[in-house]
Every structure is written in C-alpha cells, then in structure tokens.
Write a protein that binds this ligand. Structure first.
Ligand code: UFG
Length: 336
C-alpha cells in the first residue's frame, strides 16, 4: 500500500516525502512542476535512499490522475498541490479557484471511486482571518482575506462535507503557520519563482547578494517592536507533523483540524536579528508601509496536535535561520 503525495516536489511536499520514505512508507508523487523542479526527485532519492514513484500530472487532469490511481495500490493521500501566492491570487482569482478547487474535486472523486478515503490536507493559518486574537485555536470562527486563503477554507469544507456524507472518510486538516528552514543537508529547500513573497526566502536572497535590502512591511503594529509577529516553524518539524497526522488518519474516521505551529511568535526584526547572529551575515533593511491584507500578530495554540497526535516541535529559530541559509548558500540559484 502506498501514500499518494500531490505536490510532492514542492517545498513542504519534498520534506514530507523524505520523512515518509524514512518511516517505511511507499511514496507516490504527482506534481506538474508548475512551482518545482525535476531535480527535487533526485534529491529525495539521494537523501532518503529510495526513489519515490513519480508522475508528472496536473491533478485537474482526471484521465491522467486516474492512471495514477490504477497504477498503485493507495491507502491515503497527502494533498499539497495548489497555487499559493497570496498577491497573485488577488490579481488572478479565477486561476486560483480553477486550479486549487477543481484539482481537489477531481482528486476526491477519484479517491471515492478507488475507495481511498484517508486524506491529510495542507491547509493554512490564513483560515483564521483578521478577526481572531492569537493564540489561534482550532475552534475559532474562520474567514479569509484573499482568494488563496478562500481556496484553503473551501477545501476544508469540501472535506468536512464529504466526511459527513460518507462515514468511511478520515481526514486531518493541517493549518500551517509560517514554515521556514530546510533539510539539514542543504540539498532541498524553498525555491520560489521570481521575487520571493515570503520573509525568509527574501532574507536569504539579500544575504546571498541577489537583493539589495529587505523591506519590512509595517512598523506600527501593536507588537513589541511594531513589526508583524508570526509563528515560524521548521519545515522538518512540519513534515514530521504530517507523518503523525497520517498515522492518526489511518486508524480513525471523521475530520479533525490541527494547528501546526510552535506556539511562539517572533517579529520580523527578531527574525532579521536571529538570522544575522546565527549566520554572521548582515541583512540591511528599511521600514516601509504595511502590506495590504497582513495582520499584526499570528501564532498558534499548538496544544491539540500535541495532545492528539503526540507532535511537538524540536527546532529553534536559530536552527531555522541556519538551515535556510545553508540551503540558499549551497544553492544560490535554487534547483536551476
Ligand atoms: N514581511 C516583510 N517583508 C517581506 C516579506 C514579509 O516584512 O519581504 C513580513 C510580513 O509583513 C509578515 C512577516 O514578514 O509580518 C511574514 O510574512 P510572510 O509573507 O513570510 O508570511 P505571511 O504570514 O504573510 O503568510 C504566510 C503564508 C501564507 C498564509 C499566511 C497566513 O505564506 O500562505 O501565512 O497564514 F496564507
């Protein structure tokens, strides 16, 4: 029996594939390489000692995805595939709804058809919207501020509705906070197309000399130093959370959301300082206007994942900064 990993060549998917293989699971990856590179599959093999089965498929393509279900005996799906740039989703909402929502519907229809009713879904803390106060708990009211976030919220609802209609379904909705860091080997990591939207890849590109300075978006938030506070989590801790969620999904039914965060918030300037200290490099920055749609403070109440999945984070902010830099400096142009 195998685990289908959609989007398994991406940043979080590739780290999760390694953890799965190392834990003894047979892994089947589907990815259309829209935001990833073929070299990732070689590196998963290099780091885990086993090459996962791979199919270059866009999950909206039902005929091609059906062939994957026919070719492998699947017991569960870990669903990462989807577009994820917040700003782009505001400019091209239909592209996001078409890809993320249709792709998931096709995937879930095939899961039903092939009696594969276990799913771990890559959701986001973005579903807590702008009206809750951190720490966020799983039972808070949900809302979103952009089409990307809306696709995460809708997909959570698709899965809840399907599990209500068919009691054999079992699902974990994993609400990630801010994943950063990279595999300790420096062989896989985050490789954004174009100009990075997110803080850590921007910092590492400044450190490597590709960008002149960091723009810090907003210095008048109600936070200790005025800059935005987030719950940064090492991508390897996050990947391990998927393994524990999968084990739980395989032995239960029904749907449960889980926050995957450390429970600790750091400001943008905390991250800049931690990066400079861990790596002995300077990160020049300027304070600029707030970025539309950003909230001041976001961090998790992570007690549910600990209590029910036995999941706890191991890595510190210093580890995250060291591993992000190790990846960037040994791969200045990503996988290219
Ligand atoms: N930031 C900067 N400069 C930058 C980039 C980011 O100051 O160049 C700041 C942001 O304003 C924010 C913090 O750094 O305060 C983190 O920003 P990111 O873009 O790295 O992450 P976000 O918290 O905005 O977004 C993340 C995920 C989204 C998800 C969102 C809400 O990337 O997928 O969390 O959960 F929707």
């Amino acid at each position: 029996m195998a685990i289908l990993v959609t989007g398994g060549a991406g940043y979080i998917g590739s780290h999760t594939a390694i953890e799965l293989i190392q834990a003894g699971y047979e892994v089947v990856i589907v990815d259309d390489y829209s935001n990833s590179k073929p070299a990732v599959i070689d590196r998963i093999e290099e780091l885990s000692g086993k090459r996962p089965a791979f199919h270059e498929v866009n999950i909206c393509d039902k005929d091609k995805l059906r062939e994957v279900f026919e070719a492998h005996e699947l017991e569960a799906v870990i669903h990462f595939a989807g577009f994820k740039a917040v700003g782009e989703s505001v400019l091209e909402p239909l592209k996001y709804y078409n890809n993320n929502l249709n792709g998931t519907i096709v995937l879930m229809e095939l899961m039903n058809a092939f009696d594969v009713k276990n799913i771990v879904f890559s959701s986001s803390a973005t579903v807590y919207g702008m009206n809750n106060t951190a720490p966020f708990t799983e039972d808070m009211p949900l809302s979103t501020t952009n089409p990307y976030g809306t696709t995460k919220l809708f997909i959570e609802q698709f899965i809840k509705d399907q599990a209500a209609a068919d009691k054999d379904w079992s699902a974990a909705l994993l609400r990630y906070f801010n994943p950063i860091g990279a595999h300790q080997s420096g062989r896989i990591g985050e490789d954004p197309n174009d100009i990075p939207n997110n803080l850590m890849p921007y910092i590492t590109q400044v450190a490597v000399g590709k960008r002149e300075q960091l723009s810090v978006f907003g210095s008048d938030y109600d936070t200790p130093d005025g800059t935005g506070v987030r719950d940064y989590i090492h991508v390897v801790d996050l990947a391990k959370g998927h393994l524990l969620a999968l084990e739980n999904v395989l032995k239960t039914t029904g749907v449960e959301p889980y926050n995957l965060g450390t429970g600790v918030g750091y400001s943008v300037l905390d991250v800049v300082k931690a990066f400079e200290k861990a790596n002995d490099v300077a990160i020049p920055y300027q304070l600029v206007e707030r970025r539309p749609g950003d909230i001041g403070t976001s961090y998790a109440d992570a007690t549910k994942a600990k209590a029910e999945l036995g999941w706890e984070t191991e890595f510190s902010l210093e580890d995250m900064c060291r591993d992000s830099w190790n990846w960037q400096k040994s791969n200045p142009n990503g996988y290219a």
